[in-house]
Ligand binder design. Structure first.
Ligand code: NDP
Length: 327
């Protein structure tokens, strides 16, 4: 039994953002057409709010594979040399059930999450959208900037995070990386004023973004705070938007903003208009008018991790990248 081990830098080199957006298009269509199995993840919370561990198993029919992502979430790692999401994606083949690869989960998570938001933005944002606001300045903020650049020409980029020094550092580093001007902004309200692409990628536990601040026509990728007890945006914003999700079953169980809005009586389950895969394959409508506010609620699913791992593994084999271990 031979297992290929792929480090974070190798994953990054083999999974460019634009390629991953197209991979997510195929993957999310497969999910919405029932060609994947994605059980709800299980989460173990550690005592004293230290962190948590998630186990996300899944199966894909095409490419035929299954596996699991095991990932720890340690919020205290933000700003240190460690990612806040550390772990492994273990990929198995479906002929004999052998594990075939073990990949760094931090890179896969950063890239596939943003790539799925890139797909959603491509499908739901106005064709002329190009005024981007990013709330949060961590790893997902970085990868979401790359994803938004992959799907729309951006004419303006604003960044907000709690600590103005971190917003300024992000603007400088990422502006240099992409050859773009990024404006650090002091308040959420000013950061989103007039924006037509908004990515919320924070660990906020209570809403930081209010619906009244969001301009008509905006598309939002609501990505952070991805557990049932937390919410980045308020109920009026959820209720006002045409609401799309990555996976309906995880939304109704795990999406904090959605659950709060249902509990408040502001929406019913019919408010979920479609999974993004059903918009991508043309069976469900996305944006109807230029004035619609659209939301893509991302929780992340194992199908995205497995498809990315399989894709990276095929390229790694062809290029002789990674280390192999005989078990
Ligand atoms: P990082 O640790 O790299 O960054 C966290 C960011 O959240 C920082 O900008 C930090 O702000 C900000 N933040 C922390 N607490 C608060 C708060 N109370 N209010 C406002 N901002 C806050 O994390 P990632 O970028 O990797 O992840 C960001 C979020 O995305 C997390 O909630 C994570 O669980 C979620 N996520 C979702 C995925 C999905 O598939 N939907 C996949 C992976 C992650 P500051 O800079 O000021 O410290």
């Amino acid at each position: 039994m031979e297992i290929r081990i792929l480090r974070g830098a190798e994953v990054r080199a083999l999974l460019p953002m634009a390629e991953c957006v197209e991979l997510m298009r195929r993957t999310m269509i497969a999910v919405s057409e029932g060609r994947a199995r994605v059980p709800l993840r299980s989460v173990m919370v550690m005592p004293d709010d230290v962190g948590m561990m998630g186990a996300m198993p899944g199966y894909l029919a095409d490419p035929s594979c299954f596996g699991i992502k095991l990932v720890s979430l340690f919020p205290r790692n933000h700003g240190s040399q460690f990612s806040s999401h550390l772990g492994l994606v273990l990929l198995f083949e479906t002929e004999h059930g052998q594990p075939v690869a073990m990949l760094d989960a931090a890179e896969i998570t950063a890239i596939r999450t943003a790539a799925a938001s890139g797909l959603a933005s491509d499908l739901l944002a106005r064709p002329d959208a190009g005024d981007l606001a990013i709330l949060g300045a961590g790893e997902q903020a970085q990868s979401h900037l790359a994803a938004m650049l992959a799907v729309r020409p951006l004419r303006r980029i604003r960044i907000w995070t709690r600590d103005p020094a971190k917003a300024a550092a992000f603007a400088e580093a990422e502006g240099a990386r992409h050859g773009a001007t990024i404006e650090p902004i002091a308040t959420v309200q000013a950061a989103v004023a007039g924006a037509d692409l908004i990515c919320t990628v924070t660990m906020a536990r209570e809403p930081i973004l209010l619906g009244e601040w969001v301009a008509p026509g905006a598309h939002l990728n609501v990505v952070g705070s991805s557990i049932a007890s937390t919410a980045e945006i308020d109920t009026p914003l959820v209720a006002r938007a045409r609401y799309f999700v990555d996976y309906r079953e995880s939304t109704v169980n795990e999406a904090g903003e959605y659950l709060r809005a249902v509990k408040a009586g502001a929406i019913t389950p019919e408010h979920i208009l479609a999974e993004i895969g059903a918009v991508a394959n043309g069976t469900k409508a996305g944006r109807l008018t230029g004035e619609d506010v659209t939301i893509y609620k991302s929780l992340g699913i194992a199908a995205q991790d497995l498809a990315s791992a399989h894709y990276v593994l095929q390229k790694a084999k062809a290029q002789g990248v990674g280390q192999t271990v005989d078990f």
